[in-house]
Design a protein around this ligand. Structure first.
Ligand code: FES
Length: 104
């Protein structure tokens, strides 16, 4: 099972085993990590699951995700919505940084 490392806004770092097929958002919410609010539950309509992640390990940004990211604060080139990042076998060791602007 791939391990995803979450860097939270308070500076803490958490390693979580996330089953393939679940999202990076799921791994955070199921482990009660602060920072990924996920108000819409993963339906790509709130942008409160914003994270920074290096490109390449996940599917490309969809038009729907790109449009929603326009409403997120602190957007950078490496911004993604973590509910759209589906973990696969090749995702082990991925590190995501959670901004402190997700509606906390
Ligand atoms: S959880 Fe709402 S857009 Fe990701």
């Amino acid at each position: 099972m791939p391990t995803v490392t979450y860097e939270l806004p308070d500076g803490s770092v958490h390693e979580v085993d996330v089953p393939c097929g679940q999202s990076v958002m799921d791994g955070s919410v199921r482990n009660n990590l602060a920072g990924i609010v996920a108000e819409c539950g993963g339906s790509c309509s709130c942008a409160t699951c914003h994270v920074y992640v290096d490109a390449g390990l996940f599917d490309e940004v969809s038009d729907e995700e790109r449009e929603l990211l326009e409403f997120a604060e602190g957007v950078r080139p490496e911004s993604r919505l973590s509910c759209q990042l589906i973990v696969g076998e090749g995702c082990g060791g991925v590190r995501v940084r959670v901004p402190d602007t997700n509606g906390l």
